[in-house]
Design a protein around this ligand. Structure first.
Ligand code: HEM
Length: 443
């Protein structure tokens, strides 16, 4: 008899334990208060609701589900913040928790396995990369490859959301990533070889500084060759493509509103005069040019949902539970169009920043975040602003811009394509006419 009791308890104990654990789990999960969002389908989650311009699809969904919303992209949970308040929570209050990046195909295949700064997980390597990059900056031109690189870093690769179909490369993005990286790698190898063989007396450029940092004994993680190449790529890519995309949008908006061109050139003629081009020191005296740049970045943020972050731990934001490893997007494209924040939000109106001069793009004003905010904010923002402001000022000072033939400004379409930068769908075609005496243009 004793034996049979022992046998029954032997069977029942694990069953009881299992039931107890199951109930505890149920209780814990019932207590979770997850952000609202559409019900996900098996396997694809909510990917069926995301079109070719994900920030716009997500903008429409946020109108229905609110400023904090939970979606499923295949097997991953994604939380999207679409208001000033949510941006402040994710990028300031809980920035330390959302300071890492998810692992994506773009990061793996186009940045030497997450060796650049953009896709590096939060930790000692990222901190070190940040130190290296902030010491050097120089823009350079190799446009086509960079355009492809930017596009592929922003695309929604199906294999990122549903990893077990990744190897099929259904959209062909991974093949393109590998192809463009092969070409870029050849270029970086050539540059590094050239620098290795250079004498000590030649003037130093950014690659020399990186190579020198790689030998720095005080660095906790020694920089390897592929990591140096990834950091060079950040500097070249960030330094050219995003600034050029912003300039193209600015000129497009101005072509649609000739009175803005008139106001800008009045300011330029008054401050700079017609006998020379704009110099860097003039920029602080050109508030209307600055207002055009801010207004362009409000309506056309290069990274409309910033670069994805990932939750390092479970966290509660605005009363909602966000679990570890959740991917987080902040839709600054939505925030830039929020009627609760901006009057006439769809209108290109730089004057709003003349009335509200204190709003800047440095990550302090959560209504305008083209460079993000917090720990992972763009480290290239001051270089980018210099490049954009001085180029825009000179393009407007030096040339009167017209649309080709008898094209009217209402015919100029403003469609975007999605990628890590968000350029015009159709490149801008415009006709520049010199507006200064000819001697000013000779170098
Ligand atoms: C119009 C010009 C630019 C725009 C709009 C822009 C925007 C951004 C944004 C939104 C992020 C992500 C921020 C976040 O997650 O909160 C970022 C990250 C980054 N940007 Fe830029 N950027 C520009 C130019 C540059 C330039 C010129 C450089 C380098 C010279 C650069 C290098 C980087 C790097 C390395 C990161 C990753 C930072 C990190 O993850 O720690 N960017 N940028």
């Amino acid at each position: 008899m004793e034996n049979s009791w022992a046998f029954i308890s032997f069977l029942w104990l694990p069953t009881l334990l299992f039931i107890l654990l199951f109930c505890l789990n149920l209780f814990y999960h019932r207590k979770l208060n997850l952000p609202p969002g559409p019900s996900p389908w098996p396997i694809i989650g909510n990917l069926n609701l995301i079109g070719s311009l994900p920030h716009q699809s997500i903008h429409s969904l946020a109108k229905k589900y609110g400023p904090i919303m939970q979606l499923r992209f295949g097997s991953y949970t994604v939380v999207v913040g679409s208001s000033v308040e949510m941006a402040r929570y994710f990028l300031k209050t809980y920035d330390h928790n959302f300071a890492s990046r998810p692992k994506t195909a773009g990061g793996k295949y186009t940045t030497y396995n997450y060796s650049d700064m953009v896709w590096a997980p939060y930790g000692p390597y990222w901190r070190q990369a940040q130190k290296s990059e902030s010491e050097i900056v120089t823009p350079k031109e190799f446009k086509e490859m960079l355009e492809e690189l930017f596009l592929l870093n922003g695309v929604l690769d199906i294999g990122d959301s549903i990893p077990w179909v990744g190897f099929l490369d259904l959209q062909g993005y991974r093949k393109r990533m590998k192809a463009v990286m092969k070409k870029l790698d050849r270029f970086y190898e050539h540059v590094l070889d050239e620098h290795d063989g250079r004498g000590k007396n030649t003037s130093k450029d950014m690659v020399d500084v990186l190579l020198q940092l790689a030998d720095d004994p005080s660095f906790q993680v020694k920089l390897q060759r592929h990591q140096i190449k990834a950091l060079i790529q950040d500097l070249l890519g960030g330094g050219t493509e995003s600034s050029m995309v912003t300039l193209e949008w600015a000129i497009s908006e101005i072509l649609k509103k000739p009175d803005i061109f008139k106001k800008a050139t009045e300011e330029l003629d008054r401050v700079v005069g017609r006998n020379r081009l704009v110099r860097e020191k003039d920029i602080s005296n050109l508030p209307f040019i600055d207002a055009i740049v801010k207004e362009t970045m409000r309506l056309h943020p290069v990274a409309p949902m910033l670069v994805p972050r990932v939750a390092r731990e479970d966290c509660n934001v605005a009363g909602y539970d966000i679990l570890k490893n959740t991917r987080v997007l902040v839709n600054v494209w939505s925030i830039g169009r929020d009627p609760a924040v901006w009057s006439r939000p769809d209108e290109f109106c730089p004057e709003r920043f003349m009335e509200n001069k204190e709003i800047d793009v440095m990550g302090h004003h959560f209504e305008l975040l083209p460079f993000g905010a917090g720990r992972r904010m763009c480290p290239g923002y001051s270089l980018a602003l210099k490049v954009i402001r001085s180029n825009l000022a000179n393009l407007l000072h030096g040339f009167a811009w017209k649309l080709p033939g008898d094209m009217k400004h209402e015919d100029l379409d403003m469609e975007e394509i999605f990628g890590l930068s968000t350029p015009r769908k159709f490149p801008l075609v415009a006709v520049p006419e010199p507006r200064l005496p000819l001697h000013v243009y000779s170098l």
